[in-house]
Ligand binder design. Sequence first.
Ligand code: 13P
Length: 249
Amino acid sequence: MRIPFIAGNWKMFKTKMEALEFADEFKKLYGDTDVKTAICAPFTALETLVEAFRDTNIGVGAQNVHFEEEGAFTGEISVSMLKEIGVDYCIVGHSERREYFGETDETVNLKLKKLLRDSDIIPILCVGENLAQREAGKEQDIVINQLTADFAGLTHEEAAKVVIAYEPIWAIGTGKTATPEQAEEMCALIRNTVEKLYDEDTCDKVIIQYGGSVKPENATEIMNMDEIDGALVGGASLIPSKFIEIINF
Ligand code: 13P
């Protein structure tokens, strides 16, 4: 049985102080829920959030990590550094990192291996097509190719731990959501691809999220789809009352 998992991706929003204010308000609103929750915040707010959520089951995630243990990589953060702070999750291969910061399937693959082999931090792997690729009818090929390259060399046990977020780039921050049917079709394709790369047992375990303009108004119909186990929420995760509404879909 897969437990629903709804994570926020704050992107480059919120200082430490703002993160603390969010956490105080969010904890007050956070009731009993069977949904797993996490906030993926900027590096500078991670320690503050781990501390603020210590006595709760709200997880904390980073948005990126480097694949080397240590070295001359100015501006980068290692898996050991995240481990020491106590983060639970790390987003890998978000489309904004692929588009603006040169992230490739090769570096995504190295990051997944590093996280899975040297820590208990759960990777949240983002895949998805852009508008031109969707309009050309290439979305399935794009996502299959991304998954195949990103998972290269991972064992069955490692693959089963990865959370996969299907994020069509044309639906991110645009207010344009994929229809629940479009999202379901792609999440089913992702599960099917994991089955082909591994086996039925592995694909049954993998948590698949949808991401792209998820908000309180559309969370229920998205979360009710069979192959969608959760959501990766950008803008709406910045406001405690909105994010809570999504969690209580
Ligand atoms: P929005 O929810 O703001 O569209 O962002 C989605 C996203 O990129 C989550 O990683």
